[in-house]
Design a protein around this ligand. Structure first.
Ligand code: ZN
Length: 129
């Protein structure tokens, strides 16, 4: 049972599900396989929707990944600024770099599902034939 309204795109983005039916898997491997998380399936295993609409379709997800990276950078910087007794640019950089390094596989996987949700619309009847 989805947490949000059925047509809400967060039902596709948060669990990494098909943007067309919100049921089929979007990635080839589960999120726990950290080094292969960014591999997207060719088609949905539930409704058959194509995930690769054209060659190099997911190059555009780099814009989304950039925005997510900036959001993480700002959050970590503000958190460091609030917690640290003395602000150090060098320590702040290390914290930001480390957090981006750790989160980059997840960031790229989520950037691709967000990008796909921009361009693939939801159909409540998809895969119910
Ligand atoms: Zn689907």
């Amino acid at each position: 049972m989805p947490f949000f309204a059925q047509e809400n795109r967060l039902n596709s983005i948060l669990p990494l599900r098909c943007p067309h039916c919100h049921t089929g898997k979007f990635l080839v491997h589960p999120i726990t396989k950290i080094f292969t998380i960014t591999r997207v399936r060719e088609h949905c295993d539930h409704c058959g929707a194509a995930f690769k609409i054209e060659p190099s379709f997911y190059y555009g997800s780099m814009y989304v990944a950039y925005a997510l990276g900036v959001a993480i950078m700002v959050m970590v910087s503000v958190l460091y600024w609030l917690i640290a007794e003395e602000f150090s640019v060098k320590e702040s950089f290390i914290w930001v770099f480390s957090s981006l390094l750790v989160s980059s596989p997840f960031l790229n996987g989520y950037a691709k599902i967000i990008w796909a949700n921009f361009l693939i619309s939801y159909d409540p009847n998809a895969g119910k034939n």
